[in-house]
Design a protein around this ligand. Structure first.
Ligand code: ATP
Ligand code: MG
Length: 453
């Protein structure tokens, strides 16, 4: 046997036993987005490196050490696998002039790439679902987005999710705070770690966000940005809080919440949980009023968030909010391969009614042991006609989770009929249906299984 090729470290397959949860979550988010009138946008996974350097800021964890950047060896372009989607969405909005007549509410879902140390809740390819409202200045959009995320956690049944909120004010207010902060940190320079020293003049605000426990007290006692905010910034923050209060969305103010990208101003927020250990942030977002202009568009205020799909699914598992796996409705047993033309007609008519139907087919594994027909020995059927015993087919039907087995035996077919056997309701009821009536039978089954569809 040749050597196996394995997946890239930190990049995972989503296998069928998990993927039904992913599909379920995607469905939940799509219907949520529709109810808030957000439209889907799909941007490329690869973007020019400059987009992220300019958009996220040079002195950020992502740009400094987490990006998968490479040179296209065919034309020398500098490219990057997207580490997040906001920059790409804004690029697209500007490039395609999407703001020409009205602001936009957009959402996306898809893979992101960051070269981090893989661990629980932290991967090199991970997935985000996110929403962006572009071209709106008012705090009601910050509130709309937060309410929407809050509604999603409720809809999913998540417990133990807390909202943390802060305001970063405007650039001039940040500049004043920055001066005070640098002065304070210079006064304690002997306590700073390497990273903090490096960021002292380039991005001191990020020092407040440090994960180093030895810097916690220093960060706690540092000048607070919120004390430097002017009237307008404070009013924006107050209005947002008033909407959250009126709608019973609980939050705590975290004056040290700054977030990882440079593009934020005014409101920033995170949804965090205790149930996931140290990777407890499931969703982050905030206002980014200067990014559109920074990326070459007409000045347009905006706000958005993104949540980590793996972390939300982990939370769903941790809290045992089990969703039922995909199941099928009917399993067709086919004793004789020659019946397939008729079997197909029947199962296709059931599928068109919206029923989930699986058809027995011999597994390729049989091919290993099967005797190939020799020339002239035409009484040995080819492997693909060796259907296996009815008993083994029944076993498969049973483990498939189907509600009904449809048995297309020779006897039945000769009378233009099929045997229908209930697999789940104890008594194992069995009866004959005429093939020409199978759609009728299917309709009745469909409306009993899916009364609301
Ligand atoms: P963290 O502080 O955990 O590194 P972050 O601030 O870098 O998070 P954001 O850039 O705000 O994360 O991304 C939004 C969400 O995407 C996070 O809250 C998290 O749920 C998820 N996320 C971020 N990085 C990863 C990763 N490497 N693997 C899995 N999920 C991630
Ligand atoms: Mg990070």
């Amino acid at each position: 046997m040749t050597e196996k090729i394995t997946a890239v470290k930190g990049m995972n397959d989503v296998l069928p036993k998990e993927s039904h949860l992913w599909e379920w979550l995607e469905g939940q988010v799509r219907s949520l987005m529709k109810s808030y009138a957000y439209q889907n946008i799909r941007t490329p996974i690869v973007e020019p490196t400059a987009l992220f350097v300019r958009g996220l800021g040079e002195v950020t964890d992502i740009v400094e050490k987490e990006m998968y950047s490479f040179e296209d060896r065919l034309n020398g372009e500098q490219l990057t696998l997207r580490p997040e989607a906001t920059a790409g969405v804004v690029r697209s909005v500007v490039e395609n002039n999407l703001l020409y007549d009205a602001p936009r509410r957009l959402y996306y879902m898809g893979p992101m790439f960051r070269h981090e140390r893989p661990q629980r809740g932290r991967y090199r390819q991970f997935h985000q679902m996110g929403a962006e409202a572009i071209g709106f200045a008012g705090p009601e959009l910050d509130a709309e987005l937060i309410l929407m995320a809050h509604a999603l956690w409720q809809q999913l049944g998540l417990k133990d999710v807390r909202l943390e909120l802060n305001s970063l004010g405007q650039p001039e207010e940040r500049a004043q705070h920055r001066q005070a902060l640098i002065a304070y940190l210079e006064g304690h320079s002997h306590m700073l770690d390497e990273e903090a020293k490096r960021r002292l003049y380039s991005n001191p605000l990020r020092i407040l966000d440090t994960k180093n426990p030895e810097l916690q007290t220093l960060a706690n006692e540092a000048p607070r940005l919120i004390d430097f905010l002017g009237k307008t910034s404070l009013a924006h923050f107050e209005r947002l809080k008033a909407i959250l209060d009126a709608n019973a969305v609980p939050y705590t103010i975290n004056p040290r919440l700054v977030r990882g990208m440079d593009y934020y101003n005014l409101s920033v927020f995170e949804f965090v949980t205790q149930s996931l250990g140290s990777q407890g942030t499931i969703c982050g977002g905030g206002r980014y009023d200067y990014l559109v202009e920074e990326l070459g568009g007409k000045s347009s205020p905006a706000v958005g968030w993104a949540f980590g799909v793996e972390r939300v699914l982990e939370l769903i598992r941790a809290q045992e909010l089990v969703q039922s796996a995909h199941s099928i409705d009917c399993f067709a047993l086919v004793p004789d391969a020659a019946s397939f033309p008729v079997v197909f007609q029947a199962v296709e008519s059931l599928r068109r009614l919206g029923l989930k139907v699986q058809m027995h087919s011999p597994a390729a594994a049989n091919a290993k042991t099967a005797v190939e027909p020799e020339q002239g020995a035409d009484h040995i059927p080819p492997v693909w006609e060796q259907m296996g015993s009815i008993k083994s087919q029944f076993k498969r039907a049973d483990s498939s989770g189907a509600a009904y087995a449809l048995i297309f035996g020779a006897d039945e077919l000769s009378k233009g009929a099929v045997t229908v056997k209930a697999l789940r309701d104890g008594e194992g009821a069995q009866r004959i249906e005429l093939l020409k009536d199978i759609a009728q039978w299917g309709k009745a089954l469909q409306s009993s299984l899916y009364p609301n569809s």
